[in-house]
Ligand binder design. Sequence first.
Ligand code: GLA
Length: 705
Amino acid sequence: MDAVTTSTATAAVTTWRLDTANRTAVFASFDNGVPALVHFGTRLNSEERLETIAALSVPNISGGQLDPLVPLSLIPTAMTGWQGHPGFITHAGDPSAVPDLFLRTVDERDDNGLTFVVADRISQAAIEIAIRLYSDSELMSLTVFPLGDMADPFDWLALSIPVPPDMSRIVDHGGRWCGEFQRKESRFGIGQHVRESREGRSGHAHFPGITFMADSASKTDGHCMAVSLCWSGGHKIVAEQLPDGRRHVQLGIANDQPLNAWIRPIEIWLAWSNRGMNDLTHALTGKTRQTLPRKPQRPVHYNCWEAVYFRHNVDELKAIASMAAELGAERFVLDDGWFKGRDDDTTSLGDWVVDDDKFPEGLGPLVDHVRECGMEFGIWFEPEMVNKSSDLYAAHPDWVLGAQHQPAGRNQFVLDLSKPGVSEYLFDAISKIVEDHHVTYIKWDHNRVLTGGTPRQTHELYNLMRRLNDAHPQLEIESCASGGGRIDYGILHYTTRVWLSDSNDALERLRMQHEAGLWLPPEVQGSHVGPRVCHTSGRVFSMGFRAWVAAQRHMGFEMDPRELTEDERRMLRGVTDWYKANRDFLFSARYHRLESNDPEVLAELFVGADKGRFIAFKGQAGTSSAIAASAFLLSGIDADAIYRLRLINPEVVPSTTNRYTGSHLMSGAPIELSGRALMCGALRLPNAFPATMMVVEGERLDHPT
Ligand code: GLA
């Protein structure tokens, strides 16, 4: 990293660079203004003329704008002549209060990082921008936060990240309850592309991340960039194209009240790739794995929600637990319904003591039985919530967050975690259950949106989760919010699993987890085999399909095992055994989403670090438009090696596929092909029925080509 100051025709420019093996980031300050990110991507030569790159990043003047040449600084404001969305907004509505920022100090840190402190000539506010480029993941982290006691509240603070000019495509992920992580693509045009969650959680509708792609880019090739806000509360993303053609993106905290100096550092992660979206995934998931509070164990879950809902009966639960264990479950999760008076969703949230009627001898007998079956015990909480019908509300009506007359959501209200005593109460109540029953796992739910006070709440939530993680080293927490309503890199600093969706519909899951795969390591995505007739879609899928979809991620079951036929049981046990034998490989492998020119095919590949082994999943969602299955192109394997591969579930091949030339594969026998041929599309798998999954395992042979 070198700081270099030179003068261009118009300004004194100081530049800094950060490098990894394959990436360079260049920052430039013009006339001591807030630095701009003028290059992030390809590794530049060490002699590169950084000041020239900086100078050329500023476009020429044309009509209809202010006089100065305007760099796209990390925190642009109108005082520099910037006409786009500002990075810092204070006293909105007061024209004399437009921030006028300058660079006060620079610290060139020895962790491949830079810290800039910028200050406002008007309000005297000081803001720190801390940047780090990680050598292992090649991901850049940029953090911004107000320093000291910033006297005046502010409305918006976000870093501006330039979007390279070749990336005209905007890819968003979001959706709705039971329809999370839908991919939506649009294009830049002059003006703003805005996504905002104002519900106090990252939300089903808007994953707090955005991807930009060149026209020619794909999952496996080409230029693209991903940026995400590490924050679990409300957020706002503004991607904007200026009339001069420049594009940038800002990600910040959505505020329903002025923000203030207590706000946490706001961190974003930035990844760039010239080899398609899979390289973005490798950067993002590599970093995520490092930030998880502990290395996740991945026991097969059994969750009783869709089997019994609120109907908790010890004998019935014991019977279910025994059957789940026989099927291969290793952790039994007691979902909603176990605490005092909780017979439906109108009551009892906040009263985290065991229901005497349902569990006359406490949870002990059930927990003992679960352990005797060889399983760990996990339990559901929804700590941030309270029903008005509860002892807690009767004792502390003032603990509710927000206005008195706000609407309820699922009959419940939110506890204000910043009020004295609230977090303490929750910490003690949760810790007691965890300690009494040696709980190893909490499913932490959040089933309503907030109507105010949101950033502070998120901050306090993190504190509470941190305390629980510190106090209970065996504990893992899963983030659930009516399914995938709180999934982001902020919550993944405190939790090790996310509940992607309340939809256990395997077909919906196949698409959802494939799209979520861009952002999240496979092992943090919970995926359960649901009931035969799906409770949220009414659809019926084969056990083979349901089980294989779950086995691609952190596998679990969530049906009443008493409904299973002997065939279904055999199939589920078989796939579960396969998952157990292969999970260590799957979750240490490099994960690739494969390109397919068939929208009905969703294919994924897990490649071992030494490329010696791979597992490929070819999910057939619907009926393809072509009669014959299209070529199946692998990626990221060893081109020069010969692989022996085998379709491990040939029973999925329709019996009508009787004139398929690769008949070896169809019968489950191995074939041999070079990595190069496999990556060029030599492999053509048999036709498949809709809602089926083919699983191919490959192993490198020792002899060279
Ligand atoms: C939410 C969760 C479900 C279940 C219920 C319990 O909807 O997403 O999985 O835990 O709450 O009330």
